[in-house]
Design a protein around this ligand. Structure first.
Ligand code: ZN
Length: 84
C-alpha cells in the first residue's frame, strides 16, 4: 500500500511572496496582495494581522484582482489604498 500524495495541494512555502508575508516585508507592499480563503479578506504583505496558513492563501497582483476574486479589503492595512 502506498499513500497517494498527488492530491496534496501544493503549498506556497518557499514562495518569495509567502516569505514576504511571514516577514511583513514592506518593500513588497504594492507588488501584490494576498487573500485569505477562510475569511474572504485580502491584505498587504506587511499587514499586522497574523499570517494565515499557507494553504488558505491566494495571491493577487493587484487589489482590483483580489476584489474581482470575491475578496474584501482588510480594515487594518487598507490594501486598496495608494502607497503612503
Ligand atoms: Zn490586512
Amino acid at each position: 500500500m502506498q499513500i497517494d500524495r498527488t492530491t496534496t495541494p501544493e503549498l506556497p512555502v518557499g514562495d518569495a511572496r509567502w516569505n514576504a508575508i511571514l516577514t511583513r516585508d514592506r518593500s513588497m507592499d504594492g507588488r501584490f496582495v494576498y487573500g485569505t480563503l477562510s475569511t474572504g479578506i485580502f491584505c498587504r504583505p506587511s499587514c499586522s494581522s497574523r499570517p494565515t496558513r499557507p494553504e488558505s492563501v491566494v495571491f493577487h497582483e493587484t487589489a482590483e484582482a483580489a476584489r474581482e476574486g470575491g475578496f474584501r479589503a482588510c480594515l487594518r492595512c487598507y490594501p486598496d489604498q495608494p502607497e503612503t
